[in-house]
Design a protein around this ligand. Structure first.
Ligand code: VAH
Length: 314
């Protein structure tokens, strides 16, 4: 059995669907603090409303359904976190402690996502190593580094099977992201279809690691099925599929929509967050230790995004 917290979010809704396909919907439990997007997961799982920051609700959920694996996706993303730093710390950290504690008691394996946001301005920006300086300047990054360390601690101190990856920006067409710095890379495709143009809140030369959601979902399942004896890094594997700028995405969209126009209106807060992150990270450890291999490059992602969104708009 698998439990997904934050199941109605950008990653969760697609992960639940893929898990049901592979393991059977009767083995999937999805939870979120609200149920307004419940329809997204209803056909693929048993849904339960739960506030992951409430220890008793998390314990009740895990004690009732006894999952073997928990994918803990409930969290506040970087831009929203920067607006409400203390709330973001409480949500991201208290929910993680609750999931780790109940998983310790019930012996669950735990997947916890970190992010390229776990790096800061003093981290090497090009080909960022798996093990390097991590002094993030966003509260989101602080919660990601603290999360990586807490997951390592639960593994070494209590023997809990904790695993995780550092996600790049994730691009998807099922559920919109909320409050992320890389959300421009999702919005641009919807706007291209709707209006034939887009105004980016990150500047033209802002280079960031990105990945198409199907590759992220495959990586999340692959790492939890991997042979743990080969895993040296465990909780924070760098993974990425491409290192791109808004200009790169616009050039790719123009191959399918030649009239597409990209303009800019900088959002200083999200620009400052993006500028503190690496330009490109080194994913060789994930490739060597558990066979990570993304399939979508920029043009393949662009084609699939534009096709899927235009079908949804009809
Ligand atoms: C965010 N999409 O923008 C998330 C992610 C690397 C970016 O952590 O906050």
């Amino acid at each position: 059995k698998v439990l997904v917290t934050g199941a109605l979010g950008q990653i969760g809704s697609e992960l639940v669907r893929e898990l049901a396909k592979r393991y059977g919907k009767e083995n999937i439990i999805s939870s979120d603090i609200r149920d307004d997007l419940y329809e997204k997961v209803r056909p693929y799982s048993t849904f339960a409303i739960a506030d992951a920051t409430n220890a008793l609700e998390v314990e009740r959920l895990i004690a009732k359904y006894r999952p073997d694996t928990v994918y803990h996706l409930a969290a506040i993303l970087s831009a929203s976190a920067e607006e409400r730093p203390l709330m973001a710390w409480e949500i991201n950290m208290n929910s993680l402690v609750n999931v780790l504690e109940s998983s310790r008691v019930h012996g669950c394996s735990v997947f916890v996502p970190s992010s390229i946001g776990a790096f800061g301005p003093t981290t090497p920006k090009e080909n960022t190593p798996q093990v390097t300086i991590q002094r993030p300047t966003s509260i989101y990054g602080v919660t990601k580094v603290a999360g990586e360390l807490l997951c390592d601690y639960y593994h070494y101190r209590f023997g809990i099977d904790t695993r995780g990856v550092r996600f790049p920006g994730l691009i998807s067409n099922d559920t919109l992201p909320g409050g992320g710095t890389t959300d421009y890379a999702v919005d641009i495709y919807y706007s291209a279809i709707k209006e034939g143009k887009y105004s980016s809140f990150l500047s033209a030369d802002t280079r960031l690691d990105m990945m198409y959601m199907p590759d992220a979902i495959n990586a999340m399942i692959k790492i939890m099925e991997a042979d743990p004896s080969k895993m040296k890094n465990r909780n924070a594997y760098n993974i990425t599929a491409m290192s791109i700028t808004p200009e790169d995405i616009a050039a790719s969209i123009k191959k399918f929509m030649p009239e597409f126009e990209l303009t800019y209106h900088e959002d200083h807060m999200r620009q400052a967050i993006a500028d503190s992150w690496p330009d490109s990270i080194d994913a060789s450890a994930a490739k060597e230790e558990w066979g990570f291999s993304p399939e979508y490059d920029l043009d393949a992602m662009t084609k699939d995004m534009l096709d899927t969104i235009s079908k949804k708009q009809k």
